[in-house]
Design a protein around this ligand. Structure first.
Ligand code: CTP
Length: 420
């Protein structure tokens, strides 16, 4: 797994493992956290220790792995569950089993893991995993709903997939790569009392991301270098803050696990993107156009026959038409109160970029426009970092320092939510 940002560097993360077969994936998570520079401690329940080796977790975290027998070890200077809960800046429960969920929500502290969850005052990322039948039990669903009352808890519901019990259904633990992203998000956004922001709760957000691809013929396309990272991270950041998120995206170059938990619509052409955006616009409180829509397309779509190289110049000159501006269209059809955030990929001097961005915001009519230079090393298309200027409706621009795209996603959501 690739290290994506510095948000985990030096941070103290406690990984709590309870008894679900998904525990076999937890070593991948621990390894990714350590590679990203985090200090990690692991705690396993007795059933988790049957499924995943505490020795493996100790090796990967570079620290002993704690078990129930350690809780009252006379060599520990302080009660271990309290010491660990106070040490951690963030707790990740992965996987969260039905029994550990029940203990936690009923306030039972039997066992090291259960008691440290009660002692913990920091954010907790909880990734549930269990058999589909267990997950659908009213008692389990009630306990899961109870967790939503705690503003420190970021819940990652089980995903659908083939389960170890051979059933296909909800129950699979969120991918370790998504859990890592949720952990970064929680560390970036926690308040001093450990609460996470829930300011997008109850709102639907529509996001476009990635490039569009316009076919010329069976071999050739017109597209661009967008990886989709900025848009997908805005989508996940909004979801982590409580929104229900629809994502319309072109071909992406990023971990597929980053799409978990979003309502996704994969497209290729601008026409397909346009169709889905118009279908989904009415119910959205905010629309974020992070997609890099291709500027030109062949009239009537891709030709069935491959154009000979000699004809290509003429074909392109005669048959290309501009792609309609989707952001402008969304501005024209938006319902009352809907907020629109656009992007502008620009190059030039700082002053030139700000002037172009002001004109572009005015022309497109969006509430906010994030202008980002794409001609500077380490930022822009495909990079992990981004920065630039945010243009508002009054034409004022605010400098945004270069930062990790997940941090920028949260900053843009802070600004967008202020527009309501
Ligand atoms: N956009 C759009 N439809 C298009 C082109 C762009 O909705 N056909 C949106 C993008 O999603 C982005 C904003 O408009 O939010 C600005 O995109 P950008 O590519 O920077 O600008 P363009 O309008 O294409 O202008 P230019 O390429 O000339 O700078």
């Amino acid at each position: 797994m690739k290290t994506e940002s510095g948000a985990l560097q030096g941070r103290r993360i406690l990984v709590a493992v309870s008894g679900s077969i998904a525990a076999v994936k937890t070593p991948l998570l621990v390894s990714a956290l350590v590679k990203a520079g985090a200090q990690v401690r692991c705690v396993v329940t007795p059933s988790a220790a049957q499924l995943v080796s505490p020795v493996a977790l100790a090796s990967l975290s570079r620290h002993r792995c704690y078990q129930d027998d350690d809780q009252w070890d006379p060599r520990e200077p302080r009660p271990l569950h309290v010491a660990l809960a106070e040490w951690a800046e963030l707790v990740i429960v992965a996987p969260l089993s039905a029994s550990t969920l029940a203990r936690w929500t009923q306030g039972m502290g039997d066992g090291l893991l259960a008691s440290l969850l009660l002692a913990c005052e920091r954010p907790v990322v909880a990734a549930a995993a269990m058999n589909t039948g267990m997950w659908s039990q009213p008692a389990v669903r009630r306990n899961w709903a109870l967790l939503a009352d705690d503003p420190r808890v970021l819940r990652l519901a089980p995903e659908s997939g083939l389960l170890a019990c051979d059933r296909i259904g909800d129950g699979r633990m969120a991918d370790p790569e998504l859990i890592r992203l949720a952990a970064e998000s929680a560390l970036l956004t926690q308040a001093s009392n450990g609460s996470l922001p829930w300011d997008w709760q109850g709102r639907t957000v529509l996001v476009s991301a990635g490039p569009t691809v316009e076919g010329i013929d069976p071999a050739r396309v017109l597209s661009n270098r967008s990886s989709g990272r900025m848009g997908v991270l805005i989508a996940q950041a909004a979801r982590f803050r409580g929104a229900s998120v629809h994502l319309v995206h072109g071909p992406l170059q990023l971990p597929l696990a980053w799409l978990e938990g979003l309502h996704c619509q994969a497209i290729e052409s601008a026409e397909q993107m346009q169709e889905h955006l118009h279908r989904l616009q009415a119910n959205a409180a905010a629309v974020v156009m992070a997609a890099a829509v291709a500027d030109w397309r062949r009239q009537g779509g891709a030709s069935v026959q491959k154009a000979p190289k000699a004809d290509l110049q003429r074909t392109l000159a005669e048959q290309l038409e501009p792609v309609p501006d989707l952001l402008k269209e969304l501005q024209a059809t938006k319902p009352d109160g809907q907020r629109l955030l656009g992007f502008a990929a620009l190059s030039g001097s700082d002053d030139e970029i700000q002037a172009l961005a002001r004109d572009k915001r005015a022309a497109k009519g969006c509430d906010l426009l994030m202008a980002n230079p794409i001609d500077r090393n380490g930022q822009g298309f495909g990079a992990a970092m981004n920065g630039g200027w945010l243009v508002k409706t009054d034409g004022s621009t605010e400098g945004v320092p270069v930062m990790d795209k997940l941090a920028l996603a949260h900053r843009l959501l802070d600004q967008l939510v202020d527009c309501f």
